[in-house]
Design a protein around this ligand. Structure first.
Ligand code: GLC
Length: 748
């Protein structure tokens, strides 16, 4: 055929030859596509040229540890290994590394150059990273508060600020795919990934997740690059029966639709480009092979048509760990049928071999492969990778700037929660003469930044950011006239001698006692006892015995119980993992330079056996040490004059307005978190005693009264899904609760 075409071509006049070549090009589909062509045209043009092996390679994501010299995340490339991945196996995506900005840029440049110049079609790579609290895998990156801390700000502007800082510090380094935000509900207080969530409320999770996604994917911040966020981990990951990471969950569809799905719906409405799947199993089916949850709920009901990525090695794990398949090939087939596009195979090429076998034997059609590859190529085109694939090193000042550190500090200041303030010991207006700072996080950067900081479990102290203060250093700076001393302890609370500690406590006028949890990640944080460790409680008792006033600072990923020692504290702060600006934020709150405005985004239990979220049913009762939404300020806010535009409605599509006033009775400006709850008094599917329908934060000057008006769409606000995801609005009485006031509303 080729010979015939050549003879034909030789005998042609120039103009005829040109027309003939253009015709041929169209036939072969390789008509040169240009950046101005519509993305789908460019995708189709490229897809037509791809071999089956090249297509399957695009569906494969390999860990950097598989192609680096050290077999770890360090960015020291092994040219043979990564040519084997990119050229021989056509791998289209990699993930997870750690190093300096320059090393990142050099490493990704080298990878992209091989992909673009040494492969047949030159398809650029998509590099994935977990920048979940700032550019946390870049040495110079600004380490932001983790989500559980940030969510206590109840301010989506803080989340947008975090997303912007992260985008700016990530974009130049070639990591176009960020596996963030986590949209799992933080409702199981034993779950070791609670600190990665935006708390227990679906509305807070959804609105904060959407704020992150919109900002992170906005090219204004990452110009000239574009970035993809990733809503994870779809779905039902955060409520395992045992509380242990990745263990089975039993979640009825009713609960799934009412609580776990809304944050992902909000993420998809916000335009999230990718979704990562839950590693666990729900109701006996590993989610990675659940057509019901992936094809059904995610693709059909929620309308997600972006790239669906597995979590790490999770197709293999369906067979090897969940025992939910008869072979890895069976697991692969079912994952593809369920709608997976990319396998985070990490350190194995088995996926490629199995996929080729499945297609060549006809079990999976090439058309199904094309569906996924089309989504992957569309994402790469959307991210501009074909037109601007290479990282850059000419703007290093964008990473780790003073401006970003200031923003990290503001985020922490807005998020840290003042849980207790006995006799208003805080703020420390009269600077104590002698302050003792102690506990496991007293003089540590690592403890404040938490996990996912340069290493999965958090890097050692020497690798933590240089421009960061420990709590001891920050308090020493904040109270220049005081004698601030340090009594080092470690997490297990073991100290040389109780007497020594007791004596030291007695020699001071105030004790700042840090307690909580050292960094952990995923299954490494599994616990079966929610209590604060015995050693730390022992320290608290000794501090109490000294008779010196003591302030607890809780540095932890979840609400470890302090029931027995809470009475000994004069004041208590919850900081979660507050990040690089955390110490300065805590010091500012202690001194009064910062008026605390954080509120708990989760319920803080009183007992280990009674840990239910605030949205429990009427025939239940929450017994918490501190409730969802709890948090103190140095200001006193008074709510008054709650009224509603009408006390009944017949048309659910007619907006209502709710009005009330808030007065700042104190002599210092303060920020108040406004939380609007409602309760449907009766329902054929029993209703929660409270459900959040509004949150916002307002600054109120001393003595000022501000009027607040909320607009409510009854149909959207008061309806709820049944187990078929059909929205239900039942006639009857609704009670609106704001600032300790209530008003009734009836749907006639
Ligand atoms: C981990 C986590 C996931 C992360 C991925 C890549 O196992 O479950 O959140 O994005 O692997 O690091």
């Amino acid at each position: 055929m080729i010979g015939y075409i050549c003879k034909l071509h030789a005998g042609m006049k120039p103009i005829t030859r040109f027309i003939f070549l253009v015709f041929l090009a169209f036939l072969s589909g390789c008509f040169p596509q240009t950046p101005s062509d519509p993305i789908d045209k460019r995708v189709d043009s490229l897809l037509q040229q791809m071999t089956l092996q090249e297509k399957i390679g695009q569906m494969t994501q390999i860990c950097f540890s598989e192609i680096t010299m050290g077999g770890d995340k360090n960015l020291v490339m092994d040219p043979d290994l990564f040519r084997e991945a990119i050229v021989s196996n056509h791998v289209g995506s990699f993930l997870s590394g750690t190093g300096s900005a320059a090393d990142w840029a050099d490493f990704v440049y080298a990878l992209q150059r091989v992909a673009i110049e040494e492969t047949r079609l030159g398809i650029p790579l998509l590099i994935g990273i977990d920048h979940v609290h700032g550019a946390n895998y870049v040495d110079e990156g600004t380490m932001l508060p983790h989500n559980i801390t940030l969510s206590c700000s109840f301010d989506t502007d803080m989340v947008s600020m975090a997303a912007k800082v992260t985008a700016i510090e990530t974009a130049d380094l070639g990591m176009a795919w960020n596996f963030a935000p986590v949209l799992d509900l933080g409702k199981n207080v034993y779950w070791p990934r609670l600190y990665e969530t935006f708390g227990e409320d679906p509305m807070v999770c959804g609105e904060m997740g959407a704020a992150f996604i919109r900002t992170y994917q906005d090219p204004v911040h990452s110009y000239p690059y574009r970035l993809a966020a990733c809503a994870k981990h779809f779905i039902g990951y955060s409520d395992p029966k045992s509380g242990w990471d990745r263990t089975p969950a039993e979640i009825p569809d009713q609960i799934m639709y009412e609580y776990h799905m809304p944050p992902f719906r909000d993420a998809i409405e916000a335009g999230v480009l990718t979704v990562m799947v839950n590693s666990g199993e729900v109701n006996g089916v590993p989610v990675h092979v659940s057509e019901r949850l992936l094809q059904g709920m995610l693709r059909q009901e929620l309308g997600f048509d972006g790239v669906l990525l597995t979590d790490i090695k999770d197709i293999q794990k369906v067979y090897e760990e969940h025992h939910g398949a008869f072979s890895e090939k069976d697991a692969t087939l079912r994952a593809i049928h369920a709608g997976i596009d990319v396998s985070m195979a990490c350190n194995s090429y088995d996926f490629i071999e199995i996929m080729e076998e499945l297609v060549l034997e006809g079990t999976i059609s090439e058309a199904r492969i094309d569906e996924s590859v089309r989504r992957i190529l569309r994402l790469k085109f959307k991210l501009g990778l074909f037109d601007n694939p290479y990282p850059r090193k000419d703007r290093p000042d964008r990473i780790g700037s003073e401006e970003h550190l200031e923003k990290a500090t503001i985020m922490a200041e807005e998020s840290i929660v003042l849980l207790k303030n006995e006799n208003e010991i805080l703020p420390l207006n009269n600077e104590p003469a002698r302050i003792l700072v102690t506990g496991f996080a007293a003089n540590s950067k690592k403890m404040l930044n938490g996990a996912w900081t340069l290493e999965w479990l958090g890097a050692e102290e020497e690798r933590q950011p240089a421009n960061m203060k420990t709590l001891f250093e920050a308090i020493d700076d904040e109270f220049p006239k005081a004698q601030v001393s340090l009594f080092e302890t470690c997490l297990d609370g073991s100290i040389d001698s109780d007497i020594d500690f007791l004596r030291t406590c007695r020699q001071n006028d105030l004790i700042i006692l840090t307690m909580g949890e050292e960094p952990y990640s995923e299954f490494r944080g599994n616990i079966s006892d929610l209590n604060m460790t015995g050693e730390q409680k022992h320290l608290a008792r000794l501090a109490a015995e000294s008779g010196t006033p003591v302030i607890y600072v809780l540095i932890q990923g979840r609400p470890r119980l302090i029931t027995g020692i809470e009475p000994f504290a004069d004041a208590i702060l919850f900081a979660g993992y507050p990040g690089q600006g955390g110490a300065c934020a805590i010091a500012g709150i202690l001194s009064g330079r910062v008026n605390p405005s954080g509120r708990l985004s989760f319920s803080y239990p009183l007992y280990p056996g009674h840990t239910i979220p605030y949205y429990h049913k009427a025939f239940d009762r929450a017994e918490n040490l501190y409730d969802f939404g709890h948090g103190l300020s140095y200001s006193t806010f008074e709510y008054d004059n709650l009224r509603i535009s009408q006390d009944s409605f017949t048309n659910p599509d007619t907006n209502l307005t709710i009005h009330f006033d808030i007065t700042n009775l104190s002599d210092m400006p303060g920020k108040e978190v406004v939380l609007g709850f409602f309760r449907q008094e009766k329902g054929h599917i029993t209703r929660p005693v409270r459900q959040l329908f509004h949150f916002s934060k307002v600054l109120i000057d001393p003595g000022e009264t501000i009027p607040v008006t909320l607009t409510v769409h009854p149909g959207k606000t008061f309806s709820y899904p049944n187990k078929h995801n059909e929205m239900i609005l039942e006639k009857g009485v609704f009670t609106i609760m704001i600032g300790g006031m209530e008003v009734s509303l009836t749907y006639l």
